[in-house]
Design a protein around this ligand. Structure first.
Ligand code: UGA
Length: 438
């Protein structure tokens, strides 16, 4: 089947590459000529494990194409996915101008039936608005459908996730749209036997908000539990294990830390609160989830201040600038909270991240970046761990202690073993775990 995807960000490019791998002919469209040129040169505009090889293979097989023209994309395929950005806009609500623009341009250029699929995370009822936009801008009375097909991929494991989905959710209004969506996903349904859920458009849109907000709730819940653990001598990892083995709870997303970041959870929880507010429902539970996420960072900042006493002129090593391992994405990353705070307090920073350095340096060009974690630790008065990259987990406490000026670690991701750190003579603070593990 021919498929057009508009937007070559994390969602669009990964989806396009995976659809082509499943045998479809895909055209990825982006109005950013720089990105299209990069893709023609086989350079990836984003870092995602395995993406380059997947793109290369499918371009060479003649199944994956790039263009800067929605007109061309509209002529190419019956099904057009919208995977453009929906950045936070006024009072946390998603800015839908890019989504609207795609709808308008498709309407102006279509010459026969088209199915327009929302892949970007959009507020509930965007489908209705898209339908109105299409009808308004169409030159003749041409039949079309709108569908919602929310994305559940995680950055860093997006390709793995696409090839092994827990479920595929589609929101449609017609049998024709349902069949087209089924045809697109048939190869992966056959392979993995995953659930294919067909529902109305508003339900599909809400499934995405509810899923991300629930996962964020799980994280804030365990972070709140970690605070009680710190006050009682309990160990949050042991509590999470005890909870997670209950199949109704599940073990995932119960890692306490500095709080959630990224381009999805903070923005999506904000948007869900805003949507509910606009509809007249005060989503207090999610407001608390947001507050816990914010105070968790402040709490870790207090840990640092307690350790350093005077922050001015202290050498602080920060390991991990991306919002999580496996990505160069720094959007809403905890590092964007800690780095400015520490700079303002007069600390001298040494920053390390294996792939996010360039993105971070564009925002903080005057900081010192190191090539290895060990180099960041040389002469440091304190180490702050913000992302659990494997390179950080692999550090040897004995070697760390030798190069640091003071053996002090604030571990925002519970990477190290408290007992080992204690035995090595570190002043070691982590999230919700007593100094010495039982
Ligand atoms: C998230 C969802 O997991 C995906 O299902 C969804 O498709 C995606 O948003 C999206 O809406 O596009 P992602 O933002 O890539 O994916 O990252 P996650 O792996 O979910 O992690 C989000 C944040 O939560 C990270 O900062 C991570 O460090 C933090 N986290 C995660 C914790 O603090 N504890 C945990 O136990 C798990």
């Amino acid at each position: 089947m021919n498929i057009t995807i508009v937007g070559t960000g994390y969602v669009g490019l990964v989806t396009g590459a995976c659809f082509s791998e499943w045998g479809h002919n895909v055209m990825c469209v982006d109005n950013d000529q720089r990105k299209v040129d990069m893709l023609h040169r086989m350079e990836m505009p984003i870092y995602e494990d395995g993406l380059e090889a997947l793109v290369r293979r499918n371009v060479e097989a003649g199944r994956l194409h790039f263009s800067n023209s929605i007109k061309e994309g509209t002529a190419f395929a019956e099904v057009i996915f919208i995977a453009v950005g929906t950045p936070p806009g006024y009072r946390g609500a998603a800015n839908l101008s890019y989504v609207e623009q795609v709808g308008r341009e498709v309407a102006e250029n279509m010459d026969g039936y088209r199915l327009l699929v929302e892949k970007s995370t959009v507020p509930v009822n965007t489908g209705e608005q898209l339908k109105r936009t299409m009808s308004k801008y169409m030159k003749a009375d041409i039949p079309f459908d709108i569908a919602s097909n929310p994305e559940f991929l995680k950055e860093g494991t997006a390709i793995e996730d696409a090839f092994d989905p827990d479920r595929i959710v589609v929101g449609v209004e017609s049998e024709r749209a349902a069949q087209l969506m089924r045809e697109i996903y048939e190869p992966i349904i056959q392979k993995t036997n995953c659930a294919f859920l067909v529902m109305n458009i508003a339900s599909a849109e809400l499934t995405k908000h509810a899923s991300n907000s629930f996962l964020a709730t799980k994280i804030s819940f365990i972070n709140a539990v970690s605070r009680v653990c710190e006050l009682t001598g309990a160990n949050v990892e042991q509590v999470a294990q005890g909870m997670g083995l209950d199949r109704r709870i599940g073990p995932k997303f119960l890692n306490a830390g500095v709080g959630y970041g990224g381009s999805c959870f903070p923005k999506d929880v904000d948007a869900f609160v805003q949507i509910a507010d606009n509809l007249g429902y005060d989503f207090e539970l999610l407001k608390t989830v947001q507050r816990v996420n914010k105070t968790q960072r402040e709490h870790v900042m207090q840990m640092i201040q307690r350790e350093l006493w005077v922050v001015q002129d202290k050498e602080v090593a920060i390991l991990g600038l991306a919002f999580k391992p496996g990505t160069d994405d720094i959007r809403e990353s905890p590092s964007l909270y800690f780095v400015p705070q520490l700079i303002e307090a007069g600390a001298k920073l040494r920053l390390w991240d294996p792939v996010a350095e360039q993105n971070f340096a564009e925002r903080f060009p005057d900081q010192r970046y190191t090539k290895t974690p060990m180099e960041a630790l040389e002469g440091a008065d304190l180490l702050l761990v913000l992302t659990e990259w494997p390179e950080v987990k692999a550090l040897e406490p004995e070697a760390m202690k030798k190069v640091m000026r003071c053996p002090v670690v604030v571990d925002g991701r519970n990477v190290f073993d408290p007992k080992v750190m204690h035995d090595q003579g570190f002043s070691y603070t982590s999230i919700g775990r007593p100094g010495i593990a039982v």
